[in-house]
Each structure stands twice: as C-alpha cells, then as structure tokens.
Design a protein around this ligand. Structure first.
Ligand SMILES: N[C@@H](CC(=O)c1ccccc1NC=O)C(=O)O
Ligand SMILES: [Zn+2]
Ligand SMILES: [Zn+2]
Length: 209
C-alpha cells in the first residue's frame, strides 16, 4: 500500500517561527569518541516542521500532549483544495463535499521553500470551529505554520477550533497530494507535559494503489 509522506524534512536549515529556537541535529558523541556508537542530540521547538498543537499551547489550563486521545491522529481524512482563498471559514467551505471523514486537510499550496518562513499565510476564520463541529470533524490539518494569521496574538482560530473539539495539525506538505480520501497517521511523541509535538505525518491511499 502506497504511503505519502506529508511531513517537512527536519534539516538544520528548516525555517522556524521568527525568534524561536533553531532546529539542530548533531552528533554529540562520535563513534570514535565513545568507542562504540554515534549519539545524536536534537534541539528544537515543539512548533517546528510538521506538528500538532496541544491546547496548552494557547491555554494555560488546556490539555497537554499526555491528555490527547491518540485515535484522533489516526484514521480517514479528506484532502480538499482551498488554494483560491486568502482566509477559510464556514462560507468558503460551504461548496465542498466534506464526506463522512472526521479529519479534514486543507491544501492551500501557499508556501513552498522549507527554508524560508512565509511572510503571509492563508488563515482560518473562527466561525470554522462550530462549522467543523457540526460536520463531525475532529481534526484539521493545514500546510502552513499556523491556523491563525502570523501576527495574531489572540489566536482566535486556535481557540475556536479547540473549544469545538477540533484538533490542530500544522505545517503538513500537500504539494504532491491530490484532493480525495486517505488514511492519516500523525502521532505526537509522548512528551508528557508538552504544548505540542513534532509528528511524522503520512497519508495512506485507501484504494491501495
Ligand atoms: N501558534 C503557532 C506558533 C506560535 O505562535 C509561535 C511559535 C514559536 C514562537 C513564537 C510563536 N508565537 C509568538 O507570538 C503554532 O501553533 O505553531
Ligand atoms: Zn503549532
Ligand atoms: Zn498552532
């Protein structure tokens, strides 16, 4: 069965949120030094590359990674192309057949260079929270670094999604993904108290081709 990797490669030159911890992987102890093994060291923000947000990211009383229900991050997902919009809300999604999948991935195709942080991104309107809840959607994925405008401090879309039970997956790569139905797997690492986690996000073609 064909797997499509929709994760951003984590390289030392991957773009991070302005001012955030740069990503670094290095061999901290070499095989020569240890006499037996190379030992790597990773330094990163929980919001670098393809990742999920835990509600604690934007709410001091919100769920941590350890509180998340893992079954949200595995299962049928629909990919739709919303590249014509600068912001996406209930009205923009009205015309789409969202099917019965409880996971929705939005393909905006707005950013391409993984080493450059975008200056402007399409964002979600907060009316999308109640709209998605009504459609039975429990996870939204976007191919941009945030569901809110980059300069937002109130993070309205994050709050509106979370308060309607919609989990957030950010910075997926949908460039080579055709709109349609897939199985999504995007599990957070068990960083117990975390506000988010990098994920290896993949789509499985349901048709088995
Ligand atoms: N909300 C963004 C991350 C974010 O806002 C952020 C990430 C790292 C450093 C600063 C950030 N926001 C600062 O205002 C996200 O969900 O990934
Ligand atoms: Zn995030
Ligand atoms: Zn976010």
């Amino acid at each position: 069965m064909k797997l499509i990797d929709i994760s951003k490669p984590l390289t030392n030159s991957i773009a991070v949120w302005p001012g955030d911890t740069p990503f670094s992987y290095e061999v901290e102890v070499t095989k020569k030094q240890s006499g037996s093994v190379n030992i790597g060291k990773v330094t990163m923000s929980t919001h670098t590359g393809t990742h999920i947000d835990s509600p604690f990211h934007f709410d001091d009383n919100g769920k941590r990674v350890k509180d998340l229900n893992l079954s949200i991050y595995i299962g049928p997902a629909r990919v739709i192309d919303v590249s014509e919009f600068t912001s996406i809300g209930a009205e923009e999604l009205q015309g789409y057949d969202l099917g019965n999948e409880s996971r929705l991935l939005l393909k905006t195709d707005s950013s391409t260079n993984p080493e450059v942080f975008p200056s402007n991104i399409p964002y979600l309107q907060s009316n999308i929270g109640p709209f998605l809840k009504e459609k039975g959607i429990e996870l939204i994925g976007v191919d941009v670094p945030s569901v809110d405008p980059l300069d937002s401090k109130s993070l309205d879309a994050h709050h509106a999604l979370s308060s309607n039970g919609v989990h957030i997956l950010e910075n997926i790569v949908l460039t080579d993904v055709e709109p349609g139905c897939y199985e999504l797997i995007a599990l957070p690492l068990p960083i117990q108290e975390a506000d988010g986690s990098p994920v290896r996000a993949i789509l499985r073609n349901l048709e088995g081709v």
